[in-house]
Design a protein around this ligand. Structure first.
Ligand code: CA
Length: 244
C-alpha cells in the first residue's frame, strides 16, 4: 500500500516539481494550493506525511501547524521555508513541525528528508506498540507523571499540554532522571540518526518544554549542562504526599 502525502504549496512550478518527483518515488500525492482548503483536508483525512509551505493564501503555514497540533493531529509535517529564515524554522519547529526543508532544494534532499521522517515515525509507532505491551509503562517522578502510550503528562495532578516532540524529549529525559544526556543522545533518540537538522532543534524543544514545566520550578526542572546537554531534576521532597 503506498503512503499518502499531502502537499500544501501555492507556487505552481514548485507544486508541479513536488508532485512529479514524489509520485515518481511511489507516493500517493494530494496537492492543495490554498491554506484553508489544505488545512481542512489535513484535519479531515488521514495522511502519512504533510509537506507544508508557510506563506499561503487563506491561512498561513504556522496557523495550519498550530491548529492541527492543537486538535491532536500527529501526522508528521515538514515545512518548506525560505533561505536564511532562521526565525521561520524556529517558529515552525515550536509549532510542531517535525523537520524543515529550505527553498530552493534539490530533489534528492527532498526525497531523503521525506523518507527519513517516514522511517522515524514508523519506528516510533513500533516503539509505542512495544510500550503498550508491557503491563504498566507509566513513569512517576515526584509531581511528574508520564503516560507514554497516551502521550500524556501530569504535573501535580494537572494535565500539561505538550507537542509530540516535546513529549518525546521529556520522556527520554525522564527515563534517566538526574543523568546528563547530550544533545546528540536526544537528537538520535527523538529525531533519529539520519536527521539532517541541527542541534538547535533540541534547544528549541527543551526551551519550550521548560516554559511548560517550570510552572512549578521547585518541583521539576531541566538543567542545562553547558557544552554537554541536559538533565531532568526532580525535587522529591515536594512529592512526599504521593508516597504512602
Ligand atoms: Ca507560498
Amino acid at each position: 500500500m503506498s503512503q499518502r502525502l499531502l502537499v500544501i504549496e501555492d507556487e505552481p512550478t514548485l507544486a508541479r516539481l513536488l508532485s512529479y518527483n514524489l509520485s515518481q518515488e511511489g507516493y500517493e500525492v494530494t496537492m492543495e494550493d490554498h491554506g484553508l482548503v489544505g488545512y481542512e483536508r489535513a484535519s479531515q483525512e488521514s495522511f502519512d506525511l504533510i509537506l507544508l509551505d508557510l506563506m499561503l493564501p487563506g491561512m498561513n503555514g504556522f496557523e495550519i501547524l498550530n491548529k492541527l497540533r492543537g486538535q491532536g493531529v500527529v501526522t508528521p509535517i515538514i515545512i518548506l521555508t525560505a533561505r536564511n529564515a532562521e526565525e521561520e524554522v524556529v517558529q515552525g519547529l515550536k509549532s510542531g513541525a517535525d523537520d524543515y526543508i529550505t527553498k530552493p532544494f534539490g530533489v534528492s534532499e527532498l526525497l531523503a528528508r521525506v523518507s527519513a521522517v517516514m522511517r522515524r515515525v514508523s519506528g516510533r509507532i513500533e516503539d509505542e506498540k512495544n510500550a503498550a505491551d508491557s503491563t504498566s509503562s507509566m513513569i512517576s517522578l515526584g509531581q511528574l507523571e508520564i503516560f507514554p502510550e497516551k502521550y500524556e503528562v501530569m504535573l501535580g495532578g494537572l494535565s500539561i499540554n505538550l507537542r509530540p516532540k516535546e513529549f518525546e524529549v521529556l520522556l527520554y529525559l525522564a527515563r534517566k532522571p538526574g543523568v546528563v544526556l547530550t544533545r546528540d543522545d536526544l537528537m538520535n533518540e527523538v529525531w533519529g540518526f539520519d536527521y539532517i537538522g541541527g542541534q538547535r532543534t533540541v534547544d528549541v524543544h527543551v526551551s519550550s518544554l521548560r516554559k511548560k514545566l517550570e510552572l512549578d520550578p521547585e518541583s521539576v526542572h531541566i538543567d542545562s549542562i553547558r557544552g554537554v546537554g541536559y538533565k531532568l531534576v526532580v525535587n522529591k521532597k515536594r512529592s512526599s504526599h504521593h508516597l504512602t
